[in-house]
Write a protein that binds this ligand. Structure first.
Ligand code: 4FD
Length: 229
């Protein structure tokens, strides 16, 4: 899968996406993350990409031309259908379900705004979906785009190894994850729950499910209704 991130800060993308599991997945050829500099597509003599908002108000607005040209260039390069997803606080809240939908695409084009956002007309012209990673405002869409890219990348076949399987953790069954323990068996007078040392896999599974349900009731009662646990 190819993920194109259109941004004014391509170095920010490259630096993060070459690390850890996503970096390894790129090295192995499972995914490729392209950071596309929107400024490279500005036809302005000073490579300007933003201007004052019509009607007045604080901040600057990214004007349509460089964004439109960057999207067209990427679309031509991809050659296949690829949704253009704009990261914005006005978008639909990102979810694990959305991550699965996006993971089914050959390519994604993630558009990052800065300043006070982008001209509404370029959204109407090229954007297929507006997505928000949560109800807070960031200085730019880059961190939001990388959250989406990371959540999608780990669902691409081959990206996670057996030790890191995608299906067993929080949200895949609508419940929060159960608590995990490793060595030592006693740490600062705190013991690992006895049942985990019993070797009885059926009992361990039952205990973990019960812990997941309890934890979800405590921390995220809103999820219990959906999970039907
Ligand atoms: N919650 C998110 C996305 C982007 C962002 C921006 C309009 C500001 C938060 C469009 C205004 C983009 C999010 C950049 N902040 N900031 O997903």
């Amino acid at each position: 899968m190819e993920i194109y991130i259109l941004t004014l800060f391509p170095d920010m993308i490259q630096t993060v996406m070459r690390e850890s599991i996503v970096g390894r997945a790129q090295d192995a050829g499972h995914i490729k993350v392209h950071a596309v500099n929107i400024r490279d597509y500005s036809t302005d003599k000073h490579k300007k990409v933003d201007d004052y908002p019509y009607g007045g108000g604080a901040g600057m607005v990214m004007f349509p031309q460089p964004i439109y040209d960057a999207v067209m260039a990427v679309r031509a390069q991809v050659g296949r259908e690829a949704p253009v997803i704009y990261l914005t606080p006005q978008g639909k809240t990102f979810s694990q379900e959305m991550a699965h939908d996006f993971a089914g695409e050959d390519a994604l084009i993630l558009l990052c705004g800065h300043y006070e956002g982008i001209d509404e007309r370029v959204i109407e012209e090229v954007v297929d979906a507006q997505v928000s990673i949560g109800d807070y405002v960031l200085t730019g869409g880059e961190l939001a785009a990388m959250v989406v890219a990371d959540a999608v990348a780990r669902l691409v076949p081959g990206v996670l190894h057996n030790q890191e399987s995608a299906g067993t953790e929080s949200f895949e069954d609508g419940l929060l994850e159960y608590p995990q323990y490793t060595r030592p068996r006693v740490w600062r007078n705190r013991e690992v729950p006895e049942i985990l040392l019993s070797g009885d896999h059926a009992k361990v599974d039952a205990w973990r499910h019960e812990q997941s349900v309890e934890r979800t009731k405590q921390m995220r009662p809103d999820l219990i209704k959906k999970a039907g646990a």
